[in-house]
Design a protein around this ligand. Structure first.
Ligand code: DAH
Length: 340
């Protein structure tokens, strides 16, 4: 019987040494230690022995069991380690491989054209100022000679925040803020977001961009305004672009004008871009009203100045034939990707 135990142990250790994975280990465990396993048999043999032989046989059986169990544990740990390093090797990254190209970003068309606009005006000596989008009613209306009963103040046009602040409906309040800070001569542009309670359609959004500009000095005339805007339009839309002024009313200028450029697509013949008129409206302009000068403490007997305000989305839509203003805010890569 003692020979059996030695043979059993040797057999078990051989099998363990050959086991290649956790399943093989488990099979060996069952074969030797399972309910019907070799050790269960040996246990039965033990019961049948004469009492005097029982302790020695039992002790050997115990030793054998411990030895095999230890071998099983060791082998299992070894196999687990090997499996882990094999997996890590398979998952490793070869840092010497060439990288994958990232997708190149581009500027949003509104940003791109805004920057072109800044560059053009800066080259003519205009400084750039940005102002608050949440604006005091005073700057958005009162100081711009828009009295309390003016329709532009009605709530359907403006987003009020509290009783005396609005999301600015135009960039014109920046004229006031800049003039309060600087004495003439002064020339500035101010781009930014504006907000109106407009119904959204292909040409209207509640949020849009304008660029405001103005220049104040001694002896400034409407001819200067026309010169600056002509030069601007020719650089943004093409060297043969013409400017058209038609009388218009804005409370903060006198006289006031609607500004249009000759159509760069058909050169005035009439096409879809200009809706057959030959002209594209881009904004308003005029000579700064004496009331505005008074509001900022400029002497209107000494100084004169011009101001203009243009819609940026409008200009970009025309320049790139974007049919719907909402497309600027949908972030569809098919549109954005064309402006790289
Ligand atoms: N703020 C005007 C608007 O939003 C545009 C405008 C017209 C600006 C005439 C001016 C100006 O500076 O002189 O409709």
């Amino acid at each position: 019987m003692s020979g059996d135990i030695a043979g059993l142990t040797a057999e078990a250790l051989r099998e363990i040494a050959r086991a290649e994975d956790a399943r093989a280990i488990e099979a060996i465990r069952v074969k030797f230690f399972g309910k019907k396993g070799a050790f269960a048999e040996a246990q039965k043999a033990l019961a049948a022995l004469p009492p005097a032989e029982k302790p020695a046989y039992g002790a050997r059986l115990n030793d054998a069991r411990k030895q095999i169990e230890a071998a099983l544990g060791e082998r299992a740990a070894l196999l687990e380690k090997a499996a882990l390093s094999a997996r890590l090797l398979g998952e490793s990254i070869d840092v010497t491989l060439p990288g994958r190209d990232g997708r190149e970003g581009g500027l949003h068309p509104l940003t791109e054209v805004s920057r072109q606009i800044f560059r053009i005006f800066e080259s003519m000596g205009f400084a750039v100022f940005e102002g608050p989008e949440l604006e005091e009613e005073y700057y958005n209306f009162d100081a711009l000679n828009i009295p309390p009963y003016h329709p532009a103040r009605e709530e359907q046009d403006s987003f009020y925040v509290g009783s005396d602040r609005v999301l600015r409906t135009q960039t014109s309040p920046m004229q006031i803020r800049v003039m309060q800070r600087f004495q003439p001569p002064v020339a500035a542009i101010s781009p930014g977001r504006c907000f109106r309670r407009d119904a959204v359609d292909a040409t209207h959004l509640h949020t849009f961009h304008q660029v405001e500009g103005f220049l104040v000095d001694k002896g400034v005339t409407m001819a200067d305004l026309k010169g600056v805007l002509t030069s601007f339009a020719q650089r943004l839309f093409g060297a043969d672009t013409k400017i058209r002024f038609r009388p218009d009313f804005f409370p903060f200028v006198e006289p006031g004008a609607e500004v249009a450029i000759s159509c760069f697509a058909c050169h005035g013949k009439g096409c879809r871009t200009c809706r057959q008129s030959g002209w594209i409206e881009i904004g308003g302009a005029g000579m700064i009203h004496p009331h505005v000068f008074t509001a900022v403490g400029y002497d209107y007997e000494t100084y004169s100045g011009f101001a203009f305000g243009m819609g940026i989305e409008r200009m970009v839509m025309k320049k790139y034939s974007v049919p719907d203003i909402r497309m600027f805010y949908e972030n569809d890569m098919r549109l954005i990707g064309q402006f790289r």
